[in-house]
Design a protein around this ligand. Structure first.
Ligand code: F0G
Length: 459
């Protein structure tokens, strides 16, 4: 008999979690204004809000932390981190930051000016926020296939090259860089192929536009290239990573994802002028250029995390768990962005709750329902997160409306996946009874989904 698949690690430390009653959850959700970001973590049974900073570090990372050099300037830990980044990505200049959006803040402060245009394959919300807050425009150039959630194609995160060329042509001289996000979080953790990375970069460079790789989940992207793209099956994750970054000019990274640290990020670039420019923003925003908002011990954990998580077994274990959950949802006929992505399952709320109009935010409604059903905290990646158009102030209903079930790395077991799938099934079975959604009672101007206050209609 062939042996079944199992994790490439074993568990050394555990953290208790607690179930709650529906009555308790009703009370807690109301107190949180029907926004799951406002719940206390102890009110949550299974936390699928994000895979960001929520992973379980390895013994290698924890032991490296004891070697943290906490010198203000020139810490040994910085040089270890810098050499790992240089080796993995082939980038000459490296600036640490406390997380991904801080890297965006520092680099974009130097590069983005009012009236500029920044194309990208579905900019993440903080990335879009940092562009729009500077009076520039973020234009989505993701391939059209991403919009059809039931279409099964291997690289749904790809850039639509024709769309990109149109933006580059129409805005000559006004595009400071293009953002290439791997994997494409917003459309479902969908990967970008090596071919598309190469062609996107060639096209941008033809128009004199540099490419910045938004790298939060680069290792998962490399895993998909290895397992789905012809010619890469025998290459290592590290070799694939090296090739992906050979085409781009710079990277910003939220290390809280694929480096499996609780906090951390960085900018790396091949461009000396960008490095010099960004450096001067790092100091006032993040701190001196050899720590950038991080403790020496954080830099140690980050370096080890990057190295360990660019090994195939680690990624295979992770992606296998996401696929396991997807397979359960398939058994129950629950629609999600197909095929399953790297870090999460994106449930298609428009299809699951057809009785809820867009104006009543179907994905947010479902996020509330899932919490009430089983204490599972998911995250709306849809019309709320899309924010209002900065010019018209209208809600942006043009994109997809997802409930993201985001799986932290090495934290939950497949038994937890079974619970999640069963809760989704219960909700799906009574989908026709859910006829009213939610209404905004208070919202922030930018990145409103974090703090929005909502009312459940008909309650
Ligand atoms: N880019 C991408 C693709 C991201 O997914 C994130 C964060 C960031 C940049 C910003 O990084 O959080 O370290 O400041 N995504 C998290 C998520 C928050 O839940 O998907 P950060």
């Amino acid at each position: 008999m062939e042996l079944p698949f199992a994790e490439s690690w074993k568990i050394k430390m555990v953290e208790p979690i607690r179930k709650s009653t529906r009555e308790e959850r009703e009370k807690w959700l109301a107190a949180a204004h029907n926004n799951v970001f406002m719940l206390k973590a102890e009110e949550v049974y299974i936390d699928l809000l994000t895979d960001s900073g929520t992973g379980a570090m390895s013994q290698g990372q924890w032991s490296a932390m004891m070697l943290g050099d906490e010198s203000y300037a020139g810490a040994t830990s910085f040089y270890k981190f810098e050499s790992t980044v240089k080796k993995l990505f082939g980038m000459r200049y490296v600036i640490p930051t406390h997380q991904g959006r801080a890297a965006e803040n520092v680099l974009f402060s130097y590069l983005v000016k009012p009236g500029m245009v920044v194309p990208g394959n579905a900019h993440f919300d903080t990335t879009k926020g940092h562009i729009e807050a500077r009076g520039a425009k973020a234009i989505d150039v993701t391939c059209d296939e991403a919009k059809d959630t039931q279409l099964e194609v291997p690289f749904k995160g790809n850039v639509g090259l024709k769309k990109l060329e149109k933006v580059l042509k129409e805005n000559k001289g006004n595009v400071p860089f293009m953002v290439l996000t791997i994997t494409n979080n917003t459309v479902g953790g969908q990967p970008v192929s090596m071919k598309n990375i190469r062609e996107t970069c060639e096209l941008c460079h033809k128009y004199g536009v540099p490419v910045n790789m938004d790298s939060a989940r680069f290792a998962e992207n490399a895993y998909f290239i290895k397992t789905r793209e012809k010619g890469y099956e025998n290459k290592s994750i590290k070799e694939i990573t090296k090739e992906m970054y050979s085409y781009v000019d710079s990277m910003t990274m939220s290390a809280k994802k694929d480096a499996i640290v609780n906090m951390g990020g960085f900018i790396a670039t091949k461009k000396k002028d960008w490095y010099e420019g960004a450096k001067s923003f790092c100091i006032p925003y993040e701190g001196f250029i050899t720590y950038g908002g991080l403790a020496g011990r954080d830099l140690e954990a980050l370096a080890v995390g990057l190295d360990e998580n660019t090994e195939f077994d680690m990624l295979q274990t992770r992606i296998h768990q996401v696929a396991y959950l997807a397979q359960k949802l398939d058994e129950y006929g629950i629609p999600y962005q197909r095929p399953a992505g790297g870090h999460a399952i994106f449930l298609d709320a428009d299809r699951i709750l057809p009785n809820i109009p867009k104006e009543e935010f179907p994905a947010q409604t479902m996020t509330c329902e899932l919490y009430l059903e089983a204490g599972i905290r998911a995250c709306e990646i849809g019309y709320l997160l899309a924010d209002r158009d900065p010019v018209t102030h209208e809600n942006r209903f043009g994109g997809l409306d997802f409930v993201r079930l985001c799986i932290p790395r090495r934290v939950y077991t497949d038994n937890h996946m079974d619970v999640i799938a069963a809760a989704c099934k219960n909700l799906y079975d009574r989908r026709n009874e859910i006829t009213r959604g939610v209404k905004i009672t208070w919202e922030a101007k930018l990145m409103r989904h974090f703090t929005v206050q909502l009312e459940r209609l008909g309650k």
